[in-house]
Design a protein around this ligand. Structure first.
Ligand SMILES: *Cc1c(COP(=O)(O)O)cnc(C)c1O
Length: 371
């Protein structure tokens, strides 16, 4: 079976280094906020080309702490996308703010022209969380123009886009702050939960660092209501010593596989969106589009051909039951495009441990499918 994510194959590659790392951290006797976290933050910031990185407990926390740092509070409106991991919206809801959903484009990404229209009609929206979904980079020029024209604070959700660029610029470099996740399936994954905040603004970085550790400004001095959201030494060490040094090679392999799919898949019933214009994608996922009524059949068929698939994401966020009990807003133009995308999207395996033979198997299976 060709899996959507293959942690078995990953473990065979990293086993020795990961085990040695575990032993070193055990022997060090220091498990929370120590040298490994500090060093990893430094190396991640360098990799990203931003001055500061702050390790936190998850991608969800990273987004919530960014919102808090940028002054967002209960009742405030935050523009975002209806297609993402639920965590993007959950971070907004957790502080009691109100998500405002604007429609997506043919790639499933938040439509930045629709976002502009929304911002024009509602000047009370002061925050925007765009998501670089699937490892595609949104148009960073357009994003920057939105931030400047409307004087809003943008938090880029880069949980899926580590390594992606738009016109040579890395995702996360335009917004006031950026958030990423080290959830194991992510391109830069840990062996547990983890996340990071990235920013060029030293004041924001300092504040986020206080918030992640109980709001402590000095030992036992609490100036604000903070969180327990610290990245462990163990996860930081694994990320720094095992995963980060391999990331560029893994990303290159993902790009190669994506290019093989784009060149090889040739079936009228399966649309391959490819990368959006200007995006140098890191291919966290490889989405294809089928007719909604064929989606389950396609996934079941792929399984019979030995290929695991996934759905990212089958339900638009505002349609989730949890959103029924809270205040949300959908912009006037609606989100019908997003809803249809959710009913039609299927993810093919694109992880770096696929062999060339696996890639050929996936292409052949897709091309043989009859809707
Ligand atoms: C994974 C993910 C998150 C949340 O990250 P966690 O570490 O699981 O909390 C947020 N946004 C997007 C787009 C994600 O893919």
């Amino acid at each position: 079976m060709i899996l959507l994510n293959d942690f078995g194959r990953q473990w065979s590659e990293i086993c020795e280094e990961a085990t040695a790392t575990f032993r070193q951290i055990g022997e060090s006797g220091w498990y929370i906020l120590g040298r490994e976290v500090q060093q990893f933050e430094k190396e991640l910031a360098e990799y990203w080309g931003l001055p500061r990185a702050i390790g936190v407990a998850s991608g969800l926390d990273a987004i919530e702490i960014c919102l808090r740092t940028l002054g967002c509070k209960a009742g405030d409106k935050v523009l975002t996308t209806p297609i993402s991991a639920f965590a993007t919206t959950l971070a907004i809801l957790k502080i009691g703010a109100m998500p405002v959903f604007t429609d997506t484009d043919q790639f499933g990404l938040v439509d930045l022209d629709a976002a502009r229209d929304t911002l024009q009609h509602d000047p009370t929206i002061r925050w925007f969380i765009p998501v670089h979904l699937y490892g595609h980079a949104l148009d960073l020029g357009k994003l920057r123009a939105l931030q400047e024209d409307f004087e809003i604070a943008i938090i880029e959700d880069c949980a899926q886009s580590v390594g992606a660029r738009s016109a040579g610029l890395r995702t996360g470099c335009v917004g006031r702050m950026a958030a990423t996740s080290f959830y194991p399936t992510k391109n830069l994954g840990a062996m547990g939960d983890g996340g990071a905040i990235l920013t060029a603004n030293a004041e924001c970085a300092d504040h986020a660092q206080v918030l992640r550790d109980y709001g402590q400004t000095a030992k036992y001095q609490h100036d604000v209501i903070g969180y327990n959201s610290r990245l462990d030494e163990l996860q930081a060490a694994l990320l720094r010593r095992v995963s980060l040094p391999r990331l560029d090679r893994w990303t290159a392999r993902r790009r190669h596989i994506a290019a093989s799919y784009i060149a090889g898949i040739n079936n009228q019933a399966v649309r391959v969106p490819g990368p959006p214009p200007g995006s140098e994608s890191c291919w966290h996922l490889f989405p294809v589009i089928v007719e909604p009524e064929c989606k389950l059949g396609f996934m079941q068929y792929m399984k019979t051909r030995g290929v695991g698939t996934g759905e990212h994401y089958p339900i638009a966020i505002p349609d989730q039951r949890a959103c029924g009990d809270v205040s949300i807003e959908i912009t006037r133009a609606g989100i019908e495009r997003a809803r249809r995308f959710c009913r039609s999207q299927v993810s093919l395996p694109v992880h770096p441990y696929l062999s060339n033979e696996d890639v050929a198997t996936v292409v052949e299976a897709v091309n043989d499918w009859k809707a």
